[in-house]
Design a binder for this molecule. Structure first.
Ligand code: ACO
Length: 325
């Protein structure tokens, strides 16, 4: 089999219409715009409309991606959807998106790695393309975290938002390294001993309820930069690159202090970092593809750019991907 690389054809995104500012949150919990901005950099987030689901948002992001690429659903042979907030316990939300797009062949399934979900899904799709099991794959990150928040817990409900983003990958022959575009490598990790630092206290098997997100914020913060730096170092080392070679760092958007800490750790100017956390808050698996979509649409990320994706989430899970755009 001829060696192939998963090239990025296009990306897309969708944000719910409803903007929820920090001041809006003061109607629910004792907090302030000042506290939230100072500790997290978040100014506002989008919240899904009543009845608007993860599959709805994922389908919107998927359609935008296909439109930007000039592809139709019949061109796809794989959908990998990262989410921790599926529409139903089963079937996979990916199959709902598949049906709505009108894709009637190939495979569609969900991947669950919470905030690292998009990097996990990208890693799975990349492996499918490299082994010839698929030629064209849609990788989606979509979440409605607003439905699993405890709106009386100020230490968590101020941090998250809803949305969806997607990237279309296509297998292309492997070229000379200097001009080689596509996913150069992916690196995924987990350590299940950290369950109690970040989890949802419900689920079909344990409680037969959906549950709410619970988090030891300081513990997560303590691990975040360390883990994400470890994953970044692995991606750069695997490709013989240094941070100075990067055009863009597109990290998971959890907290501006974590993002700035990562930039400092890589000795990268914030001019080379894509940040959306101020307007989107933490959209978990959707945060990286939404940030990619924004930076591609406004012309910051261009063909040939070297882009590092980096994330960390519940589990703990963490990971990175290096892409020649
Ligand atoms: N408004 C006002 N006060 C608040 C709020 C709020 N929304 N939330 C907590 N406080 C109070 C606390 O009650 C506490 O008060 P006390 O001193 O009287 O007890 C005080 O603020 C300090 O609380 P801490 O939890 O120590 O605040 P900290 O500086 O650690 O910031 C934060 C909390 C923002 C959650 C931080 O720990 C963090 O960002 N952690 C990372 C969490 C994260 O990003 N999780 C996302 C999922 S994982 C991921 O995506 C990487």
């Amino acid at each position: 089999m001829m060696p192939v690389r998963a090239q990025v054809v296009a990306c897309g995104g969708y944000l719910p219409e409803r903007v929820f500012t920090n001041d809006d949150l003061t109607r629910y919990v004792a907090t302030s715009d000042h506290w939230i901005q100072q500790r997290t950099g978040i100014r506002e987030r989008r919240i899904a409309a009543a009845g608007e689901t993860t599959a709805d948002m994922a389908t919107r992001a998927a359609r935008t991606t296909l439109d930007r690429a000039g592809f139709t659903a019949s061109d796809l042979d794989l959908i990998v959807l990262a989410t921790a907030t599926p529409d139903e316990t089963f079937p996979a939300t990916a199959t709902m998106v598949q049906a709505r797009l009108g894709m009637t062949r190939g495979a569609a399934f969900d991947v669950h790695a919470v905030c690292t979900g998009f990097i996990y899904a990208l890693s799975v799709a990349d492996a499918f393309l490299k082994t010839g099991q698929a030629r064209t794959a849609l990788v989606i990150g979509a979440e409605t975290f607003s439905r699993i928040l405890d709106w009386t817990d100020r230490s968590t409900c101020v941090l998250f938002g809803d949305g969806a983003g997607a990237v279309l990958l296509q297998a292309a022959p492997l070229n000379e390294p200097a001009t080689d575009r596509g996913v150069l490598s992916t690196h995924i990790y987990s350590d299940g001993r950290h369950h109690d630092a970040l989890y949802v206290d419900g689920g079909p098997s344990r409680t037969q309820t959906v549950g709410c997100l619970r988090m030891e914020g300081k513990e997560v913060f303590r691990h975040a930069i360390h883990r994400m730096a470890e994953a970044s170092d692995a991606a750069l080392a695997a490709n013989g690159k240094t941070a100075a070679d990067l055009d863009w760092l597109v990290p998971h958007q959890a907290n501006m202090r974590i993002i700035e800490g990562m930039a400092r750790r890589l000795e990268l100017s914030m001019d080379h970092v894509v940040a959306t956390v101020d307007r989107h808050a933490n959209t978990s698996a959707a945060s990286i593809p939404l940030a990619l979509f924004e930076a591609v649409e406004d012309g910051r990320i261009r063909p040939g750019h070297l882009v590092l994706l980096d994330g960390m989430g519940g589990g703990f899970t963490w990971g990175s991907a290096l892409i020649r755009w």
